[in-house]
Ligand binder design. Structure first.
Ligand code: ADP
Ligand code: ADP
Length: 223
């Protein structure tokens, strides 16, 4: 996993909205950090800055000392959003396989099948996204994000439409997967239960503009 350093980073949008106050934090390699905070406080903005999808107005975000865009271009960074942008004309399996191709990895159909099973989509490999429920599409997007064995995994409310039973299954199985690959993970959620279940560390952000209110290490025995 990689080390992410956020050094006095701020975000002011062009319309003047202050989304992120100066934030300084470090994400340790191979650990899972969960960001929680009130709606609209700047969680997604901070995550997008770490993904290289949004520039910092001031300060700096570095991934192992490099700009996130460079890490993204090497295919070492994966993101999954609440609204899963799957390619509609490709099957679930083809969407996941494409992520591997874009990261210049071999196709590995076995790994793709394994990920489809993990997220509870066994039997839906050949199905197109439009024929899936919202929760199933989110699960496909999570499988796609995991498919590249990313060194940095950024998840923004990825379980919003996933049913409770599958959530529990994912929560049980994902940490082992992340830790196995030594993936540094950042997860945005507004479920405190999910945060405690998945996190090595929970960072609580203030109302907008986001600043760090609390930084809490979590040590739960893993099932
Ligand atoms: P959260 O993820 O915590 O709900 P966001 O990071 O999405 O918060 O948004 C933080 C604030 O920035 C909100 O007030 C939101 O309306 C605003 N915002 C988000 N994106 C933009 C944008 N592109 N332009 C202007 N304001 C934005
Ligand atoms: P949503 O929250 O969008 O409804 P879910 O993931 O809860 O999405 O799935 C909704 C429905 O999709 C389920 O009630 C079921 O009918 C079908 N479904 C979901 N996962 C599976 C699965 N692994 N096998 C068969 N059907 C499934």
């Amino acid at each position: 996993g990689v080390t992410v350093t956020v050094d006095a980073a701020t975000k002011v949008y062009p319309d003047g909205t202050e989304a992120v106050a100066p934030i300084t934090l470090t994400l340790d390699p191979g650990r899972t950090t969960v960001l929680v905070g009130p709606s609209g406080c700047g969680k997604s903005t901070l995550l997008r800055m770490i993904a290289g999808l949004e520039s910092a107005t001031a300060g700096e975000v570095l991934v192992d000392g490099e700009p996130p865009t460079i890490v993204q271009r090497r295919g070492e960074l994966a993101v999954a959003f609440q609204d899963p942008s799957l390619l509609p004309w490709r099957s679930v399996a083809a969407n996941i396989a494409l992520a591997r191709e874009l990261a210049r990895l071999d196709r590995d159909d076995e790994r793709v099948a394994e990920l489809i099973d993990l997220v509870g989509l066994t039997g839906f490999a050949a199905t197109k996204p439009a024929a899936l429920s919202g929760g199933m599409r989110q699960r496909a997007a999570i499988a796609r994000a995991l498919a590249t064995d990313p060194r940095l995994l950024l998840l923004d409310e990825p379980f919003g439409a996933v049913d409770e039973l599958t959530r529990q299954q994912l929560a049980r199985e994902l940490p082992a997967l992340w830790e196995g690959g030594g993936t540094t993970t950042l997860l945005v959620t507004h479920s405190v239960a999910e945060a405690v279940r998945l996190a090595d560390r929970v960072i609580v952000l203030s109302p907008r503009p986001a600043r760090v209110l609390a930084d809490i290490p979590i040590k739960l025995p893993r099932p």
